[in-house]
Design a protein around this ligand. Sequence first.
Ligand SMILES: Nc1ncnc2c1ncn2[C@@H]1O[C@H](COP(=O)(O)OP(=O)(O)O)[C@@H](O)[C@H]1O
Ligand SMILES: [Mg+2]
Length: 149
Amino acid sequence: MFRKRHPALPTPSVGSPAEGAVVAVWRPEYSPHDAPDGWTPIGEGAHRAVILNPARTTVHKIETEAGRNRREHCTLRGLRRQGYAYAPPTTLWTKPCPGRDVNVLAMPYLPNDGTTPTNACPRAGVVDLNPENITVCHGRYWLIDASGP
Ligand SMILES: Nc1ncnc2c1ncn2[C@@H]1O[C@H](COP(=O)(O)OP(=O)(O)O)[C@@H](O)[C@H]1O
Ligand SMILES: [Mg+2]
């Protein structure tokens, strides 16, 4: 049995079913000009493309390898339950599609903003050491990619 480091953190819902449904039909291999109206593609890694919603508050990750988004959601939710504040809240939105369901992961938009972090750099849950997977935003470190190597 693990001891909790800190009290569990809340896991609010991120994004909405409507926004999840809009981006679930967008594919990373499309040109940026094909993004849904008002949405902005902002990042790409080895396994996901990341697109920002029109309000510029929430990113959605579109996976190119099934299971990545669910894995990240479970890891970050587990870290929050253990009280790790650098784990952003996430919501997995599932759109039933012919052949296979599409899982889109919603997460707050946490760009590097040049602020100085006041919390400790993430360690637990960090398995892919690419520095782009950790940001500093609003004076805090955040682990924004926890889907595995
Ligand atoms: N929450 C976020 N806020 C701002 N940018 C993000 C966020 N999540 C991802 N990104 C950007 O998108 C890139 C790819 O996302 P990431 O989750 O690392 O995908 P992959 O699993 O393919 O590596 C990141 O390196 C980062 O630049
Ligand atoms: Mg990454």
